[in-house]
Design a protein around this ligand. Structure first.
Ligand code: DAH
Length: 340
Protein backbone atom coordinates (compact mmCIF):
# COMPACT_ATOMS: atom_id res chain seq x y z
CA UNK A 1 0.00 0.00 0.00
CA UNK A 2 2.63 2.53 1.10
CA UNK A 3 4.76 1.37 -1.77
CA UNK A 4 2.18 2.48 -4.32
CA UNK A 5 1.61 5.76 -2.56
CA UNK A 6 5.34 6.30 -2.54
CA UNK A 7 5.82 5.62 -6.21
CA UNK A 8 2.89 7.83 -7.20
CA UNK A 9 4.28 10.53 -4.99
CA UNK A 10 7.70 10.16 -6.56
CA UNK A 11 6.47 10.53 -10.10
CA UNK A 12 4.37 13.58 -9.19
CA UNK A 13 7.33 15.15 -7.39
CA UNK A 14 9.67 14.41 -10.30
CA UNK A 15 7.35 16.07 -12.76
CA UNK A 16 6.92 19.14 -10.52
CA UNK A 17 10.64 19.46 -9.82
CA UNK A 18 11.80 18.82 -13.35
CA UNK A 19 9.00 20.94 -14.77
CA UNK A 20 9.34 23.97 -12.46
CA UNK A 21 9.85 27.01 -14.63
CA UNK A 22 11.25 29.26 -11.96
CA UNK A 23 13.00 29.19 -8.60
CA UNK A 24 9.79 29.87 -6.75
CA UNK A 25 7.92 26.91 -8.24
CA UNK A 26 10.92 24.73 -7.45
CA UNK A 27 10.95 25.88 -3.85
CA UNK A 28 7.23 25.17 -3.53
CA UNK A 29 7.82 21.65 -4.76
CA UNK A 30 10.64 21.15 -2.30
CA UNK A 31 8.46 22.26 0.59
CA UNK A 32 5.62 20.06 -0.55
CA UNK A 33 7.66 16.87 -0.83
CA UNK A 34 10.93 17.29 0.98
CA UNK A 35 9.99 19.84 3.63
CA UNK A 36 9.85 19.08 7.35
CA UNK A 37 6.10 18.72 7.12
CA UNK A 38 6.14 17.49 3.51
CA UNK A 39 4.77 14.28 2.02
CA UNK A 40 7.92 12.21 2.53
CA UNK A 41 8.11 13.22 6.18
CA UNK A 42 4.49 12.13 6.61
CA UNK A 43 5.21 8.74 5.16
CA UNK A 44 8.16 8.43 7.47
CA UNK A 45 5.83 8.95 10.42
CA UNK A 46 3.36 6.31 9.23
CA UNK A 47 6.15 3.76 8.92
CA UNK A 48 6.12 3.44 12.68
CA UNK A 49 2.91 1.42 12.40
CA UNK A 50 4.47 -1.20 10.13
CA UNK A 51 5.89 -4.53 11.02
CA UNK A 52 9.69 -4.46 11.35
CA UNK A 53 10.42 -6.36 8.12
CA UNK A 54 8.09 -4.18 6.06
CA UNK A 55 9.39 -1.08 7.81
CA UNK A 56 12.95 -1.85 6.73
CA UNK A 57 11.85 -2.37 3.15
CA UNK A 58 9.76 0.78 2.96
CA UNK A 59 12.51 2.68 4.76
CA UNK A 60 14.98 1.77 2.03
CA UNK A 61 12.53 2.74 -0.65
CA UNK A 62 11.77 6.02 1.06
CA UNK A 63 15.47 6.85 1.23
CA UNK A 64 15.94 6.09 -2.43
CA UNK A 65 13.00 8.33 -3.37
CA UNK A 66 14.31 11.08 -1.12
CA UNK A 67 17.78 10.94 -2.65
CA UNK A 68 16.37 10.93 -6.14
CA UNK A 69 14.24 13.99 -5.43
CA UNK A 70 16.97 15.82 -3.58
CA UNK A 71 19.49 15.38 -6.32
CA UNK A 72 17.01 16.49 -9.00
CA UNK A 73 16.18 19.44 -6.79
CA UNK A 74 19.88 20.42 -6.46
CA UNK A 75 20.40 20.20 -10.21
CA UNK A 76 17.45 22.45 -10.94
CA UNK A 77 18.32 24.84 -8.15
CA UNK A 78 21.87 25.44 -9.33
CA UNK A 79 20.48 25.84 -12.86
CA UNK A 80 18.23 28.67 -11.69
CA UNK A 81 21.04 30.25 -9.70
CA UNK A 82 23.33 30.23 -12.70
CA UNK A 83 20.61 31.72 -14.89
CA UNK A 84 20.04 34.46 -12.36
CA UNK A 85 23.74 35.25 -12.21
CA UNK A 86 23.98 35.28 -16.00
CA UNK A 87 21.05 37.69 -16.17
CA UNK A 88 22.68 39.99 -13.65
CA UNK A 89 26.00 39.92 -15.41
CA UNK A 90 24.29 40.77 -18.66
CA UNK A 91 22.33 43.61 -17.09
CA UNK A 92 25.20 45.12 -15.14
CA UNK A 93 27.82 44.82 -17.78
CA UNK A 94 30.02 47.88 -18.16
CA UNK A 95 32.02 48.62 -21.26
CA UNK A 96 35.33 49.79 -19.87
CA UNK A 97 36.54 50.76 -23.32
CA UNK A 98 33.90 53.50 -23.71
CA UNK A 99 35.22 57.06 -23.34
CA UNK A 100 34.51 58.53 -19.87
CA UNK A 101 31.79 61.21 -19.71
CA UNK A 102 34.39 63.77 -18.63
CA UNK A 103 34.38 66.14 -15.67
CA UNK A 104 34.03 69.88 -15.87
CA UNK A 105 36.59 71.44 -13.58
CA UNK A 106 35.73 74.67 -11.80
CA UNK A 107 37.66 77.85 -12.50
CA UNK A 108 38.78 80.85 -10.54
CA UNK A 109 36.51 83.87 -10.55
CA UNK A 110 37.93 86.60 -12.81
CA UNK A 111 38.30 88.85 -9.75
CA UNK A 112 40.43 86.23 -8.03
CA UNK A 113 42.50 85.80 -11.16
CA UNK A 114 43.26 89.51 -11.42
CA UNK A 115 43.91 89.78 -7.71
CA UNK A 116 46.45 86.97 -7.86
CA UNK A 117 48.19 88.48 -10.87
CA UNK A 118 48.54 91.78 -9.06
CA UNK A 119 49.74 90.09 -5.89
CA UNK A 120 52.41 88.37 -7.93
CA UNK A 121 53.47 91.58 -9.62
CA UNK A 122 53.65 93.58 -6.42
CA UNK A 123 55.39 90.93 -4.36
CA UNK A 124 58.04 90.82 -7.11
CA UNK A 125 58.48 94.56 -6.49
CA UNK A 126 59.01 94.04 -2.77
CA UNK A 127 55.45 94.67 -1.54
CA UNK A 128 53.76 92.56 1.12
CA UNK A 129 50.14 91.47 0.75
CA UNK A 130 48.18 92.40 3.87
CA UNK A 131 44.62 92.09 5.06
CA UNK A 132 42.27 94.15 7.17
CA UNK A 133 38.83 93.65 8.70
CA UNK A 134 35.67 94.25 6.67
CA UNK A 135 33.94 95.47 9.80
CA UNK A 136 35.97 98.57 10.61
CA UNK A 137 36.11 101.24 13.24
CA UNK A 138 35.00 104.70 12.25
CA UNK A 139 38.46 105.91 13.21
CA UNK A 140 40.34 103.64 10.78
CA UNK A 141 37.87 104.14 7.95
CA UNK A 142 37.62 107.95 8.29
CA UNK A 143 39.37 109.92 11.03
CA UNK A 144 42.80 108.35 10.64
CA UNK A 145 42.59 109.06 6.92
CA UNK A 146 42.23 112.77 7.55
CA UNK A 147 38.45 112.68 7.13
CA UNK A 148 37.08 114.38 10.26
CA UNK A 149 33.40 113.95 11.20
CA UNK A 150 32.26 117.13 9.47
CA UNK A 151 34.17 116.44 6.30
CA UNK A 152 32.01 116.30 3.12
CA UNK A 153 33.98 113.26 1.92
CA UNK A 154 32.02 111.21 4.44
CA UNK A 155 28.84 111.87 2.50
CA UNK A 156 30.48 110.88 -0.76
CA UNK A 157 30.88 107.36 0.54
CA UNK A 158 27.45 106.18 1.56
CA UNK A 159 28.19 104.08 4.55
CA UNK A 160 26.56 100.99 6.00
CA UNK A 161 26.64 101.78 9.71
CA UNK A 162 26.41 98.96 12.21
CA UNK A 163 24.52 99.39 15.44
CA UNK A 164 27.59 99.38 17.70
CA UNK A 165 29.29 102.33 15.98
CA UNK A 166 31.34 100.10 13.70
CA UNK A 167 30.79 100.20 9.95
CA UNK A 168 31.36 98.12 6.85
CA UNK A 169 34.53 99.57 5.40
CA UNK A 170 33.77 101.82 2.46
CA UNK A 171 37.24 101.40 0.98
CA UNK A 172 40.46 99.48 1.53
CA UNK A 173 42.30 102.61 2.66
CA UNK A 174 41.92 101.82 6.40
CA UNK A 175 44.33 98.94 5.80
CA UNK A 176 47.01 101.59 5.09
CA UNK A 177 46.61 102.78 8.65
CA UNK A 178 46.60 99.29 10.13
CA UNK A 179 49.74 98.41 8.17
CA UNK A 180 51.55 101.55 9.36
CA UNK A 181 50.54 100.80 12.94
CA UNK A 182 51.79 97.26 12.64
CA UNK A 183 54.95 97.55 10.54
CA UNK A 184 56.07 101.19 10.67
CA UNK A 185 58.36 102.69 8.03
CA UNK A 186 59.70 101.91 5.48
CA UNK A 187 56.66 100.13 4.14
CA UNK A 188 55.46 98.55 0.92
CA UNK A 189 52.06 96.90 1.04
CA UNK A 190 49.08 96.07 -1.08
CA UNK A 191 45.73 95.22 0.46
CA UNK A 192 43.16 93.63 -1.81
CA UNK A 193 39.68 93.26 -0.38
CA UNK A 194 35.96 93.68 -0.36
CA UNK A 195 34.35 97.03 0.35
CA UNK A 196 30.76 98.14 0.85
CA UNK A 197 28.70 101.19 -0.05
CA UNK A 198 25.10 101.88 0.62
CA UNK A 199 24.34 102.54 -3.03
CA UNK A 200 21.56 101.98 -5.51
CA UNK A 201 22.57 99.01 -7.68
CA UNK A 202 22.79 99.50 -11.43
CA UNK A 203 25.03 98.45 -14.35
CA UNK A 204 28.02 100.22 -12.84
CA UNK A 205 27.27 100.29 -9.10
CA UNK A 206 27.17 97.49 -6.59
CA UNK A 207 26.83 97.69 -2.82
CA UNK A 208 29.75 95.24 -2.60
CA UNK A 209 32.86 95.45 -4.72
CA UNK A 210 36.61 94.96 -4.62
CA UNK A 211 39.51 97.34 -4.35
CA UNK A 212 43.22 96.91 -4.10
CA UNK A 213 44.96 99.41 -1.90
CA UNK A 214 48.64 100.11 -2.29
CA UNK A 215 51.07 102.06 -0.16
CA UNK A 216 54.77 102.71 -0.28
CA UNK A 217 56.55 104.69 2.41
CA UNK A 218 60.21 105.48 2.32
CA UNK A 219 62.53 108.48 2.23
CA UNK A 220 62.10 110.99 -0.62
CA UNK A 221 59.29 109.24 -2.45
CA UNK A 222 57.99 111.35 -5.33
CA UNK A 223 55.17 111.43 -7.87
CA UNK A 224 57.66 109.97 -10.36
CA UNK A 225 58.01 106.83 -8.22
CA UNK A 226 54.27 106.61 -7.99
CA UNK A 227 53.83 106.87 -11.75
CA UNK A 228 56.43 104.17 -12.32
CA UNK A 229 54.47 101.72 -10.18
CA UNK A 230 51.12 102.72 -11.67
CA UNK A 231 52.43 102.14 -15.19
CA UNK A 232 53.93 98.76 -14.30
CA UNK A 233 50.58 97.82 -12.89
CA UNK A 234 48.56 98.78 -15.96
CA UNK A 235 50.98 97.15 -18.41
CA UNK A 236 50.91 93.92 -16.41
CA UNK A 237 47.14 93.85 -16.35
CA UNK A 238 46.18 94.84 -19.86
CA UNK A 239 49.25 93.46 -21.62
CA UNK A 240 48.85 96.22 -24.17
CA UNK A 241 49.02 99.98 -24.38
CA UNK A 242 46.05 101.66 -22.79
CA UNK A 243 45.38 105.34 -23.08
CA UNK A 244 45.52 106.99 -19.69
CA UNK A 245 45.10 110.49 -18.38
CA UNK A 246 46.10 111.98 -15.07
CA UNK A 247 43.86 114.58 -13.50
CA UNK A 248 44.10 116.31 -10.21
CA UNK A 249 41.85 114.47 -7.80
CA UNK A 250 40.79 115.27 -4.30
CA UNK A 251 41.07 112.74 -1.51
CA UNK A 252 41.66 113.95 2.04
CA UNK A 253 44.32 111.29 2.65
CA UNK A 254 46.65 112.38 -0.16
CA UNK A 255 48.28 115.65 -1.17
CA UNK A 256 48.65 116.12 -4.05
CA UNK A 257 45.96 113.70 -5.19
CA UNK A 258 45.33 112.37 -8.69
CA UNK A 259 42.78 110.49 -10.69
CA UNK A 260 44.32 108.14 -13.17
CA UNK A 261 41.69 107.38 -15.78
CA UNK A 262 41.92 104.90 -18.62
CA UNK A 263 40.10 105.19 -21.88
CA UNK A 264 37.06 102.92 -21.73
CA UNK A 265 38.01 99.56 -23.23
CA UNK A 266 34.41 98.54 -23.68
CA UNK A 267 33.36 101.28 -26.07
CA UNK A 268 36.85 102.44 -27.04
CA UNK A 269 36.06 105.91 -25.79
CA UNK A 270 32.84 106.58 -27.67
CA UNK A 271 30.61 106.31 -24.59
CA UNK A 272 28.66 103.46 -22.98
CA UNK A 273 26.85 102.74 -19.69
CA UNK A 274 30.03 101.56 -17.95
CA UNK A 275 31.91 104.83 -18.59
CA UNK A 276 28.69 106.76 -18.11
CA UNK A 277 28.98 107.94 -21.73
CA UNK A 278 32.20 109.81 -20.95
CA UNK A 279 34.64 107.54 -22.74
CA UNK A 280 36.85 107.42 -19.62
CA UNK A 281 36.83 105.18 -16.58
CA UNK A 282 38.23 106.25 -13.23
CA UNK A 283 40.45 103.37 -12.35
CA UNK A 284 43.34 104.41 -10.21
CA UNK A 285 43.03 107.26 -7.76
CA UNK A 286 46.36 107.93 -6.11
CA UNK A 287 48.58 110.54 -4.52
CA UNK A 288 51.28 111.32 -2.01
CA UNK A 289 50.29 110.33 1.50
CA UNK A 290 49.04 113.27 3.59
CA UNK A 291 51.24 114.02 6.63
CA UNK A 292 48.22 113.66 8.92
CA UNK A 293 47.73 110.10 7.70
CA UNK A 294 51.36 109.25 8.38
CA UNK A 295 50.92 110.65 11.89
CA UNK A 296 47.78 108.53 12.41
CA UNK A 297 49.88 105.49 11.61
CA UNK A 298 52.60 106.56 14.03
CA UNK A 299 55.08 107.57 11.34
CA UNK A 300 57.00 110.83 11.43
CA UNK A 301 56.21 112.88 8.29
CA UNK A 302 59.41 114.88 8.74
CA UNK A 303 61.42 111.76 8.06
CA UNK A 304 59.21 109.66 5.81
CA UNK A 305 56.81 110.17 2.96
CA UNK A 306 55.12 107.96 0.40
CA UNK A 307 52.43 107.34 -2.15
CA UNK A 308 49.18 105.44 -2.01
CA UNK A 309 46.63 104.25 -4.52
CA UNK A 310 43.22 102.63 -4.45
CA UNK A 311 42.70 100.46 -7.49
CA UNK A 312 39.11 99.57 -8.37
CA UNK A 313 39.57 95.82 -8.84
CA UNK A 314 35.99 95.29 -9.91
CA UNK A 315 36.25 98.02 -12.53
CA UNK A 316 39.51 96.58 -13.71
CA UNK A 317 37.94 93.16 -14.27
CA UNK A 318 35.11 94.77 -16.19
CA UNK A 319 37.55 96.66 -18.39
CA UNK A 320 39.76 93.70 -19.04
CA UNK A 321 36.98 91.33 -20.04
CA UNK A 322 34.63 93.95 -21.48
CA UNK A 323 31.90 93.09 -18.98
CA UNK A 324 29.19 95.69 -19.39
CA UNK A 325 27.21 95.05 -16.22
CA UNK A 326 28.75 94.86 -12.75
CA UNK A 327 25.88 92.69 -11.54
CA UNK A 328 27.17 89.70 -13.56
CA UNK A 329 30.14 89.40 -11.23
CA UNK A 330 28.30 88.26 -8.15
CA UNK A 331 25.25 86.69 -9.79
CA UNK A 332 26.68 83.16 -9.67
CA UNK A 333 25.41 82.43 -13.18
CA UNK A 334 27.39 79.49 -14.57
CA UNK A 335 26.92 80.71 -18.14
CA UNK A 336 28.92 83.75 -17.11
CA UNK A 337 31.47 82.04 -14.87
CA UNK A 338 32.32 79.27 -17.32
CA UNK A 339 33.79 81.83 -19.68
CA UNK A 340 36.80 82.36 -17.40
N1 DAH B 1 39.85 105.10 -0.92
C1 DAH B 1 39.46 105.82 -2.10
C2 DAH B 1 38.05 105.39 -2.51
O1 DAH B 1 37.69 104.32 -2.28
C3 DAH B 1 40.38 105.52 -3.22
C4 DAH B 1 41.75 106.07 -3.03
C5 DAH B 1 42.08 107.31 -3.51
C6 DAH B 1 42.72 105.36 -2.36
C7 DAH B 1 43.33 107.83 -3.40
C8 DAH B 1 43.99 105.87 -2.20
C9 DAH B 1 44.29 107.12 -2.73
O2 DAH B 1 44.94 105.22 -1.57
O3 DAH B 1 45.54 107.61 -2.61
O4 DAH B 1 37.36 106.18 -3.08
Amino acid sequence: MLETTLSELESRAVSLIDGADNAEALENARVEFLGRKGSLANIGKEMGKLAPAERAQIGKLLNAVKQNLESRYEVRKSGFERAELDARLAAEWVDLTLPAPGTRPGSLHPLTQIQRELEELFTSLGFAVVDGPEVETEWHNFDALNIPPTHPARDAQDTFWLTDGHLLRTHTSPVQVRAMEKFGAPLRIIAPGRVFRNEEVDASHEHTFYQLEGMMIDRDVSVAHMLYFMKSLLTAIFKKDVTVRLRPGFFPFVEPGFELDIQCLICGGSGCPVCKQSGWVELLPCGLVHPNVLRSGGIDPEEWNGFAFGLGLTRLVMMRYAIDDIRHLAAGDLRFLQQF
